[in-house]
Ligand binder design. Structure first.
Ligand code: ATP
Ligand code: MG
Length: 285
């Protein structure tokens, strides 16, 4: 199958393999077997009613890299991102054909556990959207819904997630205060911590810094760069500098098509497609 790399096919089940690839398994976190390719999409079409928003998307997203989606407004970036954890299921009239695999699980097959999928593929949105509760409860919310009740264990998870999202020092003395009292940049890091608290494999971020000032943006960019050691990260951004600064791979979308995907450096220096070149040089969009 073309969407399974050779390396993945060679992967043995966790029990038989001493490979570090299985680190997540050993930490007991991973819900799906993962190899070099974290996400593979094959002949995917998406319709909102009769409108086709995504056309024949074929793509592989590599594990523990940052992949950026770029393209003009309305080209389908958010739609595609949301398809990766089935957030479009919530949209009436949305129909998806083709195949999306996370690890080796086809996530659109019948019987897929959506709660487990969304735990494994976390999402951070453009506007920080902390819950109207304390900082602590925001982070503990996910783990609690997954059945963790032990106070000491929750304390540890909360601290680790806040540390992971580079916000611990700023909030450790106000864990019981409302998350809504934090600044936008802090709230966004709370949202990242909330996503990390359930220990996902893949983190999706839809323009996660576009509502933030340059200092908060820079903090979150540093954080994302750091998080890729442990997570596969997919970002949507309108900011080309941001894409070049932090992404390893970059995908250019236009009118629902994936025009080109390549190493970021290559895509920005020697784009293969004229439409990519026009876009990155500011000739349209
Ligand atoms: N829930 C929906 N129902 C119907 N059409 C939708 C829905 N969501 C998005 N669309 C349409 O699908 C297309 C792709 O939208 P999408 O939000 O994915 O674009 P985008 O690339 O993320 O744009 P932006 O950069 O403005 O966020 C657009 O034409 C949009 O109008
Ligand atoms: Mg969008």
């Amino acid at each position: 199958m073309i969407f399974k790399s050779k390396k993945i096919q060679e992967n043995k089940p966790a029990e038989e393999s001493a490979e570090p690839v299985r680190a997540e398994k050993q930490r007991g976190l991973s819900q799906f077997a993962m190899g070099d390719i974290a996400v593979s999409v094959h002949k995917m079409d998406l319709f909102y009613g009769s409108f086709q928003a995504l056309k024949n998307i074929n793509m592989e997203i590599r594990e523990k890299e940052i992949t950026a989606f770029i393209g003009p407004s309305g080209c389908g970036k958010s739609t595609f991102l949301k398809s990766l954890n089935r957030m479009n299921d919530l949209v009436d009239g949305c129909k998806i054909t083709g195949e999306i695999k996370i690890g080796d699980t086809d996530i659109y097959q019948r019987g897929v556990d959506l709660a487990r999928l969304r735990k494994n593929v976390g999402m951070v949105f453009q506007r920080p959207n902390p819950l109207a509760m304390s900082v602590y409860d925001n982070i503990a919310y996910g783990p609690r819904t997954h059945g963790i009740r032990n106070k000491k264990q929750l304390d540890e998870i909360v601290e680790k997630a806040l540390q992971g999202a580079a916000i611990w020092d700023e909030v450790k003395d106000r864990l019981k205060k409302s998350a809504l009292g934090l600044s936008g940049g802090q709230q966004q890091r709370i949202c990242i911590a909330r996503a990390l608290a359930v220990e996902p494999d893949v983190l999706l971020m839809d323009e996660a810094t576009s509502a933030l000032d340059p200092i908060s943006t820079s903090k979150i960019e540093d954080l994302i760069a750091d998080l890729k050691k442990s997570y596969t990260i997919v970002i949507v951004t309108h900011n080309m500098q941001q894409a070049t600064r932090i992404s390893d791979r970059c995908a250019f979308f236009l009118h629902g098509e994936l025009v080109e995907v390549d190493d970021t450096e290559k895509l920005f220096s020697v784009p293969k497609d004229k439409r990519t070149e026009d876009y990155i040089t500011g000739r349209f969009g």
